[in-house]
Design a protein around this ligand. Structure first.
Ligand code: PMP
Length: 440
């Protein structure tokens, strides 16, 4: 069993490798270590391991195995999707539509197109992190080459209206890229994959190894190669395949498909328990994202503490053996505020170090209870220290009485925040560019 923190609640950053996956990878490393392009028996064993994994990933997504392109992860898959679709676009189509809450691996390639003279529409979310389908649809133009909307947001869990946006894209003849990374293992992927033309997933979020991912391309969707080299992955991802990692990805996808219904039911129960626990121990936190469980994925809770030092809370949790996250792992440590929370209109201090608690295949009630208890401890300690520093007991100056986990009165769901949520300046600064169009 891999070494883990005593309490691991950071599955959205990466999930621990499933033991069955580790075993499958060891077998492949021992028995199918050849180059899949070699025509001899050793190579053929490696080829068959890759093709079995392709069928397993296709099974999870409900797409044709022929459409699956293995990559080094979802970052590469998203880059390939954006630049590949842009490269294949007919003359005169030099416009992309992208939601403001996409992962950086989707946003940044779109913004790079902007620096090459493309028009880029970045569509702002509602205050709860959901992006209105009508706004995405309204941004489509005759010259649009690609539209990107993730299935679920990795920071606040908001489920996005992919089916409705896909219908608008289909009517406009625009390919839709759907990043399904944060949704995998939290909601069934097959339906979303049925709608989008380009779907991306990552192995390490579902108990597979880091360094493997896939782009699934629907039949008829044009995609230009981005890299040049050999004919691996039919030329879209040249280079010798990482056979063991791909086989591990396949094993994780197969297990998830077999256990999906049970896992999702367990996650929903754990999610409710986590929210109840955190509301009891740390009521000062604002739960970002939709309060309605039907509008978000289970097992992902991001709490903003606008009046507390979120970084110190995370350090305190770590010292108590609780590994929690803070928004997107790729940007944590860089002190860049969360572009997602900013786009949702949360105040800057709340965007800097939110506490993200995320669950997955190995999570148990004991993890949830321990995380909620530790969170209560670190919040209480910080409040007490502030009280002492202020020369008295109680809350620090500026403490908002009544701040609660997301509900009708919370900032995250308050209607009055919608103006700042759509502020072009907020989105531009979040996206760190100036040449984009922000749609409201
Ligand atoms: N998209 C989303 C929504 C993600 O959460 C992540 C990982 N943080 C990625 C893409 C990139 O995945 P990978 O780590 O496989 O490059």
């Amino acid at each position: 069993m891999p070494q883990r923190a005593r309490v691991y609640v950071d599955y959205a950053a990466t999930a621990p490798l499933r033991p069955e996956v580790a075993e499958a990878m060891r077998r492949v490393e021992a028995e199918a270590w050849g180059n899949p392009s070699s025509p001899h028996a050793v190579g053929r064993r490696a080829r068959s391991a890759v093709e079995r994994a392709r069928a397993d990933v296709a099974g999870l997504l409900g797409c044709a195995a022929a459409g699956v392109i293995f990559t080094s992860g979802a970052t590469e898959a998203n880059n390939l999707a954006v630049f590949g679709a842009a490269g294949a676009a007919p003359e005169g189509r030099r416009h992309v539509v992208v939601s403001a809450v996409e992962h950086h691996s989707v946003l940044e390639p779109c913004l790079a197109l902007g620096r090459r003279g493309w028009a880029v529409d970045v569509v702002a979310p509602e205050p709860d992190g959901r992006v209105a389908a009508e706004r995405m649809a309204a941004a489509l133009r005759p010259e649009t080459a690609l539209c990107a909307l993730m299935l679920a947001n990795n920071e606040v869990g908001a489920l996005q209206p992919v089916a409705a946006v896909a219908a608008a894209c289909r009517a406009a003849g625009v390919p839709l890229l759907c990043d399904a990374v944060a949704a995998a293992g939290r909601v069934p992927l097959r339906e979303a994959a049925a709608h989008a033309d380009l779907v991306t997933v990552s192995a390490h979020k579902i108990g597979g190894p880091q360094g493997a991912g896939a782009l699934c391309v629907a039949p008829g969707c044009a995609l230009a190669p981005v890299w040049r080299g050999g004919r691996q992955e039919r030329g879209w991802r040249p280079g010798t395949e990482n056979v063991a990692a791909i086989a591990g990805f396949g094993a994780a996808a197969r297990l998830l498909r077999e256990e999906e219904a049970a896992l999702l039911a367990r996650l929903r129960a754990l999610d409710a328990r986590l929210r109840r626990g955190a509301a009891a121990t740390a009521p000062q936190g604002h739960a970002a994202g939709p309060p309605d469980p039907a509008l978000r994925v289970p097992g992902l809770l991001t709490l903003a503490f606008p009046d507390l030092d979120g970084e110190a809370l995370l350090v305190g949790l770590d010292l108590r053996g609780v590994a929690a996250g803070s928004g997107a792992a790729c940007t944590s440590g860089s002190l860049r505020p969360s572009h997602v929370l900013q786009a949702m209109g949360l105040p800057p201090q709340a965007c800097r170090f939110p506490v993200r608690l995320s669950l997955g295949w190995g999570s148990a009630e004991a993890d949830v209870d321990a995380a909620a208890a530790a969170l209560g401890e670190v919040v209480a300690l910080q409040l007490a220290a502030r009280g002492r520093a202020a020369g008295g007991a109680g809350a620090p100056a500026g403490w908002r009485a009544g701040a609660r986990l997301s509900g009708p009165g919370s900032r995250a769901s308050s209607r009055s925040d919608s103006r700042s949520a759509r502020s072009p300046a907020a989105i531009r600064s979040a996206a760190s560019v100036t040449e984009i169009q922000v749609r409201s």
